[in-house]
Write a protein that binds this ligand. Structure first.
Ligand code: NAP
Ligand code: ZN
Ligand code: ZN
Length: 347
């Protein structure tokens, strides 16, 4: 077994403590990754605090992982020692079902092995995430990372990047698209960068007036304070596509009314409470409302390659493991600019 040092929470109070555990030995198709950087996604916070009702403890969060490949099994073909590899939200799946075969492993009909707060294919062995020193993963579920990029700023692409890239592609955002991004946090700021790179005219909707200059610097053309009713009314019926990244309860009808004819709004934020939807907000204007969950391995690799080619990374604040709790508090207060990343190298 491989000895791993991590940081775990033991209950919903989300207090982090050093936690030693073991990972499986490197099998023929496995690679061992020495973790350099792990991003903090708001999903880590939801799960560490038990907000989704599915939490198992001890929990080592972290699903935005980048590190060095330090060992490869004898049947590995995609990686060699010294490569840089990434891990996103899941680490295995059945590989046989219709969704796995189509490259949508995150929707595996048998068992998707979440990177943490889940179990391996035996549905028994707990998985522990990236707030740790290393990970053993089947090469088929690891991503290739361009070693010339700023790796600490690449880590958030493994969740925030793919979660925003996938719906932008699915709904064919391109030159001239009028796109709204709701919530300027980790996902939101990646949504702005990616939509702008695809040629869209982006409007950011935010509860934080202090983020206007940042939104413009990220490439947004317009910034609307979502609590300003007049400013919201001024853009009613104007957008082709809206990506809602908000992590807390909020009124989605206010945004559906901003869509133009046959415009679509996609939810990626995961607040816990069910949300009331007005049929009028959907029906008048033939609007669509959809959801989107991360992305499969082929599309995640496509996104990483796209970001390398277009020189896109995340705007980050690098922290040490003793600062995780402070980072959680600041993220919950919408005070994140725009992703916290933990430096695991000297942990
Ligand atoms: P984040 O960095 O905390 O950003 C969320 C943003 O939402 C905040 O920065 C804030 O932006 C806005 N917000 C927060 N509270 C609000 C409120 N009460 N009303 C209105 N707006 C509010 O979080 P994240 O990491 O981007 O994740 C966002 C959500 O997506 C989380 O729920 C997470 O679990 C979920 N998620 C889903 C997927 C998926 O596959 N669908 C993947 C990853 C994460 P402003 O300051 O600009 O208002
Ligand atoms: Zn995430
Ligand atoms: Zn499957």
């Amino acid at each position: 077994m491989i000895q791993t040092k991590g940081y775990a929470v033991h209950d919903t109070s989300a207090k982090f403590e050093p936690f030693d555990f073991e990972r499986r030995d490197v099998g023929p198709r496995d690679i061992l990754i020495d973790i350099q950087y792990a991003g903090i996604c708001h999903s880590d916070i939801h799960q560490a605090k038990g907000e989704w009702g599915n939490s198992t403890y001890p929990m080592v969060p972290g699903h935005e992982i980048v590190g060095n490949v330090t060992k490869v099994g004898n049947a590995v073909t995609k990686f060699k020692v010294g490569d840089i590899a990434g891990i996103g939200c899941f680490v295995d799946s059945c590989r046989e079902c219709v969704n796995c075969k189509a490259g949508h492993e995150q929707a595996c009909k048998v068992h998707c092995c979440w990177t943490y707060n889940g179990t391996e294919m035996d549905e028994t062995t707990m998985t522990f995430g990236g707030y740790s020193s290393n990970y053993v993963i089947d090469e088929a579920y690891a991503l290739k990372v361009d070693p010339t990029q700023d790796l600490k700023a690449v880590a958030p692409l493994l969740c925030a990047g793919i979660t925003t890239y996938s719906p932008l592609r699915r709904f064919k955002v391109g030159p001239g698209s009028k796109v709204g991004i709701v919530g300027l946090g980790g996902l939101g700021h990646m949504g702005v960068k990616l939509a702008v790179s695809m040629g869209a005219a982006v409007t950011v909707f935010s509860t934080s007036p202090s983020k206007e200059a940042d939104a413009k610097a990220l490439g947004a053309q317009h910034f609307v304070v979502s609590r300003d009713a007049d400013a919201m009314a001024a853009v009613a019926g104007t957008l082709d596509f809206i990506l809602d990244t908000v992590s807390a309860d909020h009124d989605v009808n206010a945004y559906l009314n901003l869509l133009g004819w046959e415009g679509t709004m996609v939810l990626v934020g995961l607040p816990t409470a069910p949300m009331p939807i007005s049929a009028f907000s959907l029906i008048f204007g033939n609007h669509g409302l959809a959801g989107s969950g991360i992305g499969g391995i082929p599309e995640t690799q496509e996104m990483l390659d796209y970001c390398a080619e277009h020189n896109i990374t995340s705007d980050i604040e690098l922290i040490t493991p003793d600062q995780i709790e402070t980072a959680y508090d600041r993220t919950v207060k919408s005070d994140v600019r725009y992703r916290f990343v933990i430096d695991m190298q000297n942990a």
